[in-house]
Design a protein around this ligand. Sequence first.
Ligand code: NAD
Length: 481
Amino acid sequence: MRDHRMWIGGQWVPSESGRMMTTKNPSTGEDHAGVPKASAADIDAAVRAAREAFPVWSGMTQAERNKVLYEIAAKIREEADAMARDECAEHGTPYNDAYGVCMGAAAKFEWSANAAYRLMGEEIPVPGDTLTYLKNEPVGVIGFITPWNLPTIMTAVKLAPALAVGNTCVLKPPSINSAIGLKFAHVLSQVPSLPKGVVNIVTGSGSEAGAALASHPEVDLIGFTGSSETGKEILALAAPTVKKCVMELGGNNPVLIFPDADIDASLKVLAWRQFNNSGQHCSGPGRYYVHESVYDEFAAKFKAYAESLKVGDTTSGDKSIQMGPLVSAEHKAKVLGYISGAVAEGATVLTGGDAGTQYGSGFFVKPTVLTGCTHDMTCAREEIFGPVAVLIRYTDSDDLVTMANDSRFGLCAHIWTRDISKGMKLISTLHVGAVFINCQMLTDEQPWGTSVKESGIGKEGGIFGMREFVDKKLVCVKYGE
Ligand code: NAD
């Protein structure tokens, strides 16, 4: 087990108190890494470092900053194999997926460098010898708090656009897989052109280090991804200093399978997404409403897909593994609890449904398909966030749109039908932030996120996400009599 340090002001430092936390290898349940457990004092040091670095970084020309961002991307590509192995070991991501994620992380920096040129100011026409315009300025010091489910890409998705437009940052990675965040810091530390203090990565618990960051008076914006429950706590912590908050929160996404859906094509996308990253995706399918005429076919093919997957230890060196463990023992227990709860409420386990005996002390849950579920069951109401498909049979007399909208979440919805006109008409009836018709996300640079119900506030990614990280300052100049 290796002990790590945090990265504050361009220095590798222990926590001020000397306290440490231990992370696990979820494939084996063994200890993986020791990481510093930061307190409010460590967060304060990091915020001060970011504040000091702000004039230097925001004062650079776009071309100067872009050169640094391209160097970061190149370093990520160089280190991708080592970064991917760390993600296999501390998150349980299969190697090929983890390597692809690192390439995606590099691309975020390149894309953000290019996109920053597109953030034009806007002139407001006023008669006379006057000039009135909106000037884009970086918001200042940003505090980022990230979730454990996509540790490497979440770091890149947040840092790249924020840095591109001149902000400096303090990022607190999730405590469960903090060493992956520190690996990112290690990569950044090898880019000498990145001024000290522009990025600071501080590990610690959410309740202590995360809360100190969310409430720090010198932090101008909080960029958070995580559960809706934690999101509400963070909004309360940020309120006394009226911080801007960009919140990417939970979901329980409805999937509408119409009688005319191409079942094979739908499962190629949906079943893959259901079990990729062990089902720990906010945008993944949550509850499937399947028309009675295709329900049995859909369920049988879902089962066959689930049983075809190669599940195993993502640190074994076997690159053909398609699904690893869940992230932690606690999360495994939670997901198994949803399955046993569903059975108690009347659902049937078509396949999977348990931890499997072949995985030792790893945090595995077998790819699971539940049938006979109803809209009112807990498994259909809550965000399971695991490799569990919840299949609900509906008939022509059911009000599908009402069921789809009947949730405290509003992240996204999936529609599968060969009748595109029917699908398009449904878009405005669904109270969600994104609708996927016969597909999943199509490019990496789509702005993601929603301000619908408890699923978040604002956008992340793409040019709309980048705009969250600038303030538009009104400037009025009178240059004549
Ligand atoms: P979580 O809310 O438990 O933790 C997220 C982060 O918040 C962690 O870094 C944690 O240490 C920190 N934290 C916890 N309590 C805190 C507090 N009081 N103050 C400040 N920080 C605190 O979420 P998770 O379990 O890591 O991630 C899974 C959740 O994230 C799911 O609900 C999923 O839907 C959501 N998610 C949403 C998106 C999206 O784009 N909408 C993307 C990925 C994940």
